[in-house]
Design a protein around this ligand. Structure first.
Ligand code: KG4
Ligand code: ZN
Length: 348
């Protein structure tokens, strides 16, 4: 089954074709980063308009690269939520229009389920059950995964998501948007011993996170210290070490509690090399294996949407009629295994 995947939940237009037999056939991404950088963050209306401009050319490009015509597709998947509603509607309407025109089944995919399943695009495939650490700009979650659509939330951020903390801290350090990659680069030049930031919520049991205090800690430190470039690098290093350490402590706890043998790490912050290296150590200590998507598939992309959609379309799941919707908020643990009806289709 060959499925076209469309991702437009935020500031990246992602398109891919995934084949259930041959794997990823082609994928392409257009990042709006340069456009939003001038505003220091994503401007939702500009995001929607740019998805309108870029989506159809990207679909043509990806089909060309896969050596396919639209009629060769067997299904279409788009990100239904969570995300920016205006941006989501672009993907939903193009997917549903194409599906109607071509007589193909269409499915709306959960963005975080797509991140969670993204390592299945790689050769080393995680086996169920596993624990997933999902760390993106909008979410920080530890999830126990018994199978596709069988998700138990073990813990989540009570305030800022890990990526959001990276972005806000980067802003305080006068780094360009998006902050995560820029902060990682600056941190690599920093001295690890100069400052020590707290590891929030690690001194008590439980698997929830809180990252907003770290941002305040950074603000106070930037104000107290002279902002020369060495100091900024040292602060970036201390912040990154604190986030990585906190995530690692909770992952170790989740592996201990569940006794599973696999840890999946996905979402934009999963592209952070310091985090990847640290989680590799934690998993090894627990006798577990860690699975990541390749760097470019950690951040938003169409390939993960095509894969998640294909797994559900294959089980006969599909959008009813030609109606589609976009959902800003959509709890991951409300999902069901492929083909099983959800208790209520409208979720927000
Ligand atoms: O998954 P994603 O592409 O989009 C959402 O679904 O949110 O994640 C984007 C987030 C941003 O906050 C970005 O700063 C962060 O992931 N990020 C990173 C890195 N690359 C992206 N954070 C830390 N280190 C990185 N290398
Ligand atoms: Zn994402």
């Amino acid at each position: 089954m060959r499925v076209l995947g469309i991702e437009t939940s935020c500031d990246e237009t992602g398109v891919a074709v995934y084949c259930t037999k041959r794997g990823l056939l082609a994928h392409a991404l257009f990042s709006q980063v340069a456009m939003h950088a001038a505003y220091g963050g994503v401007v939702p209306e500009l995001a929607s308009r740019d998805h309108v401009r870029k989506l159809l050319p990207l679909i043509r490009q990806v089909l060309d690269e896969a050596g396919m015509r639209p009629a060769d597709l067997d299904g279409i998947a788009y990100t239904r939520g969570p995300g920016l509603v205006g941006a989501l509607l672009v993907g939903g309407s193009v997917a549903s229009g194409l599906g109607y025109a071509l007589g193909l089944p269409v499915i709306g995919v959960h963005h975080m389920e797509a991140h969670l399943l993204a390592p299945m695009l790689e050769e080393a495939q995680p086996e169920f059950p596993f624990v997933a650490l999902l760390v993106s700009g909008g979410h920080t979650m530890l999830v126990q995964v018994a199978g596709i659509g069988r998700y138990r939330l073990l813990g989540q951020s009570l305030d800022d998501a890990a990526g959001e903390a990276f972005d806000k801290t980067a802003k305080l350090l006068q780094l360009p948007y998006p902050g995560g990659p820029a902060l990682e680069k600056l941190a690599a030049e920093g001295n690890p011993g100069r400052y020590r930031f707290p590891r929030p919520m690690t001194d008590r049991p439980g698997l929830d996170f809180s990252f907003s205090g770290l941002k305040t800690f950074t603000r106070n430190m930037v104000q107290a210290e002279r902002g020369d470039s060495r100091t900024r690098a040292d602060i970036a290093r201390a912040f990154q070490d604190a986030v990585v350490d906190t995530l690692a402590i909770k992952c170790r706890r989740a592996l201990e509690q569940t006794g599973v043998g696999g840890l999946v790490v996905s979402g934009g912050v999963g592209a952070n090399r310091a985090l990847r290296a640290r989680l590799q150590e934690v998993a090894a200590e627990q006798g577990a294996r860690v699975y990541y998507p390749r760097l470019e598939l950690c951040t938003d992309n169409g390939a993960m949407v095509a894969l998640a959609g294909a797994l559900r379309l294959q089980a006969g799941e599909r959008q009813e009629g030609n109606g589609f919707d976009a959902v800003a908020r959509w709890p991951l643990d409300s999902l069901r295994p492929p083909g099983e009806p959800t208790p209520s289709r409208r979720v927000s």
